[in-house]
Design a protein around this ligand. Structure first.
Ligand SMILES: Cc1cc2nc3c(=O)[nH]c(=O)nc-3n(C[C@H](O)[C@H](O)[C@H](O)COP(=O)(O)O)c2cc1C
Length: 199
């Protein structure tokens, strides 16, 4: 699948069939995550792979009863490893880079799963301590995102997006000081966008 097909066909799926995800696909997803960029190439994240049904159910409970999580045959839990980033970047590594590293790794995994024809949904709403207990992570490791993956058992409706005009600020207009966005410049960005134009 072409990259832009991947990003345009990806939609959050919240119902999964019981079909297992083949081991080679799991490997490809993890390899893709491992290729994601990270601050200082420290890879300040850890990935926990959960397949056991009872544990998936516990993860769903930890995620404020989002029961669809248990229906996915495999759930990846991406955690920040702040100490790894702190070694080089101090407080900024702890507060920011470790979380970004985990987030980008999860994003790469999500897009890889999509490219493999699998369905995913990013899950960020959960009780940290409860998730930590379920997956048994050591002290200092912080769950950042869960990624249930499987075969879609629903066809989700595409979601809307803000227009680029609402999000993009054209800083440079040739002057010395930053000047934020004339509508014309932002409109010219909109016209080349692949994203939906309306919210
Ligand atoms: C940081 C973050 C947290 C999210 N948390 C949840 C969640 O807890 N439960 C859920 O069903 N979807 C969650 N989502 C998915 C969003 O609801 C979804 O991406 C958004 O509505 C856009 O829909 P789309 O993914 O189909 O494009 C989360 C997404 C992100 C990026």
């Amino acid at each position: 699948m072409d990259f832009f097909e991947v990003v345009t066909t990806r939609h959050s799926v919240r119902a999964f069939s019981a079909a297992a995800v083949e081991a080679d696909k799991v490997r490809q997803i993890l390899e893709a995550a491992n290729l994601s960029p990270s601050a200082g190439n420290l890879q300040a994240y850890e990935i926990y792979v959960v397949t056991q049904p009872s544990r998936r159910t516990e993860l769903a409970e930890a995620a404020l009863q989002q029961d669809f999580i248990a229906s996915a045959p495999i759930v990846f839990v991406f955690c920040a490893h702040p100490a790894r980033s702190e070694s080089k970047y101090g407080e900024r590594g702890v507060r920011l880079y470790a979380v970004q590293d985990a987030t980008i790794a999860c994003c790469f995994a999500m897009l890889a799963a999509t490219a493999l024809g699998l369905a995913t949904v990013w899950v960020g709403a959960f009780k940290d301590e409860a998730v930590r207990r379920v997956i048994g992570v050591p002290e200092g490791i912080v769950p950042v995102a869960m990624l249930p993956v499987g075969c879609a058992a629903e066809q989700p409706a595409p979601t809307s997006r803000r227009s680029l005009g609402q999000l993009v600020h054209q800083v440079d207009d040739g002057g010395e000081n930053p000047k934020h966005q004339t509508q014309n410049k932002v409109d010219s960005i909109n016209s080349i966008s692949r994203l939906p134009q309306s919210f």
